[in-house]
Design a protein around this ligand. Structure first.
Ligand SMILES: [Zn+2]
Ligand SMILES: [Zn+2]
Length: 407
């Protein structure tokens, strides 16, 4: 239970640090550090990962114990020296996990999401997906396999994860002497840059000596341009998560012969065919209501993100005590809300139906809780009636999506 509590407090802590960073950026007159759409998108992706993590984290931990109990090579005791060795080993495993995340298409499909952000601030640190957490866990299994006790491993992963949060900021400048040993925000900022000389550099999380050893270290010289070489021009929640998997699939379809197909999945992202993404974007992202309009109701978005965060915090705290139905309900409501936030940023026509689906789900949930499930058709009837009477969809599209002004 202690562990669960800790995770619940991670969310308020994240927003506290984000608030401090935002205030300092304002005071230093550097508003360009934050971009509204990008921050919302980054936070949405972070919320989804924390949410799904609740359902899968236990199996991650079980995997560490299973490997430790059955396959460990050494019996390593717990003492100060071992903790030191564990920090080094963890960062070494991370270096290769991260480097392969950039060098193998299949791993890059998960890791690319972390690099979508063209802003470099604490919100970028939140851009982790569940796919990435699963791949990462695969690499972490090396640690209990060597013989480090799972409780030590889990503690170390929390420390390691917390460290990398603080390296995503532009408010701390270059600290030359510290770079000899530690990854600083400036060093990690270089990793997030798309400038030619900064590409494929600085994979380390805590220490810089792995990068120095394997020739991938680069210190900050010119100010980095953050983001991808081929930026993803979409804030769609689902598209950001899945676009690269579709790209791999399309490349595989185009490839002739086993070797070429193998390379499509496990080859280098540098060889990805750049014609594919625009074709897929045409196929999947063709329904923008009004591409030139920016969102009018920022507060509506803030409220949705705020409620999602609050719900996730409480949900994390009480997760163990909830039944399956409640869990699935909260999971679906938060995920729909996040998809909604992305769609609002992009002014998608279909949000209206998503809004309806969400209201209906909430209504059915309360009916179920009261044992009145047989009346499931009543909210549906009321909604259809209201739609007919007040043409709500037209109002929604004109007010929220501003369709009228574009005509
Ligand atoms: Zn990376
Ligand atoms: Zn990063």
């Amino acid at each position: 239970m202690e562990h669960i509590n800790f995770l619940a407090f991670a969310m308020p802590a994240f927003f506290l640090f984000l608030f401090i960073e935002f205030k300092i950026a304002q005071r230093k007159k550097r508003p360009e550090i934050f971009n509204y759409e990008s921050s919302v998108s980054n936070i949405s992706i972070g919320i989804a990962e924390r949410l799904i993590n609740l359902f899968v984290a236990a199996s991650f931990y079980q995997a560490y114990y299973f490997i430790y109990n059955n396959y460990r090579i050494f019996d390593i005791p717990a003492n100060a020296f071992v903790w030191f060795a564990l920090i080094l080993t963890t960062d070494f495993v991370w270096y290769w996990y991260h480097r392969l995340g950039h060098e193998v298409n299949f791993f890059w499909a998960a890791h690319i999401v972390h690099h979508h952000s063209e802003e470099f601030n604490f919100t970028a640190a939140a851009r982790i997906t569940t796919f990435q957490a699963i791949i990462r866990t695969g690499f972490w299994c090396v640690l209990p396999y060597i013989g480090f006790h799972p409780t030590m491993v889990i503690t170390m992963l929390i420390v390691h994860g917390a460290y990398s949060f603080f390296t995503h900021t532009q408010l701390i400048g270059k600290i030359k002497w510290l770079e000899y040993v530690f990854v600083t925000p400036s060093v990690h900022g270089v990793h997030h840059a798309s400038d030619e000389k900064y590409l494929d550099k600085n994979y380390g999380d805590m220490f810089t000596f792995w990068d120095r050893l394997f020739g991938t270290f680069q210190t900050e010289e010119e100010k980095p341009k953050y983001g991808l070489t081929h930026p993803l021009k979409s804030y769609s929640f689902l598209w950001q998560h899945f676009h690269y998997y579709f790209e791999i699939y399309e490349l595989m379809k185009r490839s002739k012969g086993f070797k070429a197909k193998w390379k499509a999945v496990f080859g280098s992202p540098a060889h990805m065919d750049q014609d594919i993404r625009p074709i897929l974007e045409k196929r999947f992202l063709q329904d923008k209501a009004n591409p030139n309009q920016r969102l009018r109701f920022k507060n509506y978005l803030y409220i949705q993100l705020g409620i999602s965060t609050l719900l996730l915090t409480v949900f994390t705290y009480y997760f163990e005590f909830l039944n399956g139905f409640d869990k699935i309900f909260v999971l679906s409501i938060i995920l729909i809300t996040l998809i909604n936030c992305g769609a609002l940023l992009e002014q998608r026509k279909w949000i209206y139906y998503l809004e309806y689906a969400r209201i209906y789900m909430i209504a059915v949930y309360f009916l179920y809780e009261e044992g009145l499930m047989i009346f499931f058709f009543i909210p549906l009837g009321v909604m259809i009636f209201a739609e007919q009477l007040f043409s709500l969809s037209k109002r929604y599209q004109n007010v929220v999506l501003q369709l009228e002004s574009s005509e």
